[in-house]
Design a protein around this ligand. Structure first.
Ligand code: ME8
Length: 507
């Protein structure tokens, strides 16, 4: 069943240092949504990558005594290995040093120049090198960079500018007519009131003071400066403006760009204006999520306040890291990241609720029926409500996925798992087992529980690919696809004899 196309992207991250749990957070979210849509029958394309140019990377490479390309190659290899460890199923990892990207960015820059959207001028500004950001006097905090608190310095150079001001009215009109474009709502208001309404200033889009960037073809002293290079990735990856543009035709516009809140501004002002200037449709949605915070501050490459995420995977398993990232933080808000909270989620949800349900149910199926369970249909009143909750689950998950409320999806699924444990307590199978006349009732109870495990397991697959595969092998049935998410009357179970706990409790 093909339900249409779905195109989702992460930001492309700066490979100035190895990626940290903050980058994992965005990427795990996008991967889970991509997996969900794929399993649900959408022709899905999931893009991630690295944003490799700029003065900061040039400097870091110099310090390390290697070329910028050698410097980023190493970090990109390391990140691909990290994405592998996290079971990230991207369709392409785009690098802004990829030859096809470079050529298309040059084409875009020239086109915008030829049609008068880019012009040559002089740039004067206050620049923070570690953050690669220009600031105005009023944005500084105590005279320092408002993001990292370090010194800024004044720079003045010849530069090309993108005429954002030309598109102010069109952008405002577009945002009015597309109230869902910027999500969540609070970020939309911030963009409109703080950045757009006060008036858009033209944007510096080239630099002459460093070399590590895409050369401007008609003025070789200049390299393309950050946002035109970076934002274009979402269309260059699909072959925009080339002979090989089938992916572009099929997948553009993106269904959602998922980004951290600090770059919503670029994705909802500069990017739409670039697309308007190129006469291309705009992405359907930009979602700005909150930050993972460690000890009260944002986890950050330039502050270096983090562990390699692979250490968490090695200690707790990939699914626990994925689950925690997805569950702990209501999407859109900031949230704390700590190993303590991670462990408490493993114990309370994964081991106690899910793992326990699976081991108990399979254990009883083996103990009382040698693992063979069919539906004997000896139902009681309380089964009705239980089965109806199972049947409502898929549509609840769909709705939350479409609103990017991933923690709510998991909450809904875990509510059904919790309800299943309660169903065991209420039906007391161990007491039924003592009475031979209740044998069919007992088998019905176990059947209902296995169906609950089967359906929740299908819906958990996008989020926890490793453990759900285990459960599939324990249940040993074929009905494991997204169109099997309703309670079935006639599944024949022959469950595994031996099961290892899905998650060990951690002390
Ligand atoms: O901004 N919590 O790259 P970047 C949550 N190259 N998410 C976090 C995070 C944290 N503590 N830290 C980072 C860039 N992220 C540009 C993007 S896109 C065309 C160009 C995630 O390496 C979050 O998604 O600084 C954030 O937006 C992104 O990493 C920033 O990555």
């Amino acid at each position: 069943m093909n339900k249409g196309k779905f195109y989702i992207t992460t930001p492309i991250y700066y490979p100035s240092a190895n990626f940290h749990i903050g980058h994992c957070y965005t990427t795990i979210i996008c991967d889970s949504i991509a997996r969900y849509k794929r399993l649900d029958g959408y022709d899905t394309y999931f893009l991630t990558g690295s944003d490799e140019h700029g003065e900061k990377i040039e400097k870091k490479a110099n310090e390390a005594g290697v070329t910028p390309k050698e410097y980023v190659d190493k970090i990109v290899d390391n990140s691909k290995d990290l994405w592998n460890a996290l079971k990230i199923t991207y369709d392409r990892f785009i690098r802004t040093t990829d030859e096809d990207h470079v050529k298309i960015v040059q084409h875009i820059f020239k086109k915008l120049y030829d049609q008068g959207d880019i012009y040559k001028g002089e740039y004067k500004g206050l620049y923070c090198t570690p953050c690669e950001s220009f600031w105005t006097e009023t944005q500084l905090v105590d005279g320092k960079c408002p993001d990292c608190g370090r010194d800024v310095h004044e720079v003045s150079e010849e530069a090309y500018f993108l005429k954002l001001s030309n598109y102010q009215d069109r952008l405002e009109k577009y945002l009015e007519e597309h109230p869902d474009f910027i999500q969540p709502e609070s970020r939309k208001n911030e963009m409109i009131n703080n950045f757009i309404k006060p008036g858009l200033e033209d944007l510096c889009v080239s630099r002459t003071s460093f070399k590590w960037g895409i050369p401007v073809t008609f003025d070789e002293k200049h390299v393309v400066y950050v946002w035109i290079d970076a934002l274009s990735n979402y269309i260059t990856a699909l072959g925009y403006s080339t002979e090989n543009d089938e992916l572009f035709k099929k997948y553009w516009p993106a269904d959602v760009h998922v980004v951290g809140k600090e770059i919503v501004r670029f994705h909802t002002i500069i990017w739409p204006i670039m697309l308007m200037a190129l006469d291309l449709p705009l992405p359907k949605k930009v979602f700005g999520h909150g930050w993972l915070i460690i000890d009260g501050g944002k986890i950050s490459k330039s502050l270096g306040n983090y562990k390699d995420p692979r250490e968490y995977i090695a200690s707790y398993g990939v699914d626990a890291v994925r689950y925690y990232s997805l569950r702990e933080i209501p999407f859109g808000n900031d949230g704390n990241f700590s190993e303590e909270l991670l462990v408490s989620r493993i114990n309370s949800d994964l081991a106690n609720i899910w793992g326990n349900l699976v081991s108990r149910t399979i254990g009883m199926a083996n103990k009382y029926f040698d693992g063979n369970i069919t539906n004997k249909k000896v139902n009681e009143d309380l089964d009705k409500e239980f089965i109806s909750q199972i049947n409502k689950l898929k549509s609840k998950c769909d709705e939350n996925i479409d609103n990017l409320q991933i923690s709510k999806v998991l909450e809904e699924i875990f509510d059904v798992l919790r309800l299943s444990n309660k169903y065991i307590d209420e039906t007391t199978p161990w007491i039924l087992a003592k009475d031979n006349s209740k044998k069919d009732r007992l088998e019905t109870v176990l059947y209902n529980l296995l169906e609950a495990i089967r359906v929740t397991n299908i819906l958990l697959r996008p989020f926890m690919p490793e453990s759900t595969e285990k459960v599939v092998s324990y249940l040993n049935t074929n009905n494991n696809e997204f169109n099997d998410t309703l309670f079935k009357e006639d599944t024949k179970y022959k469950v595994a004899k031996e099961v290892t706990p899905l998650f060990e409790r951690i002390k």
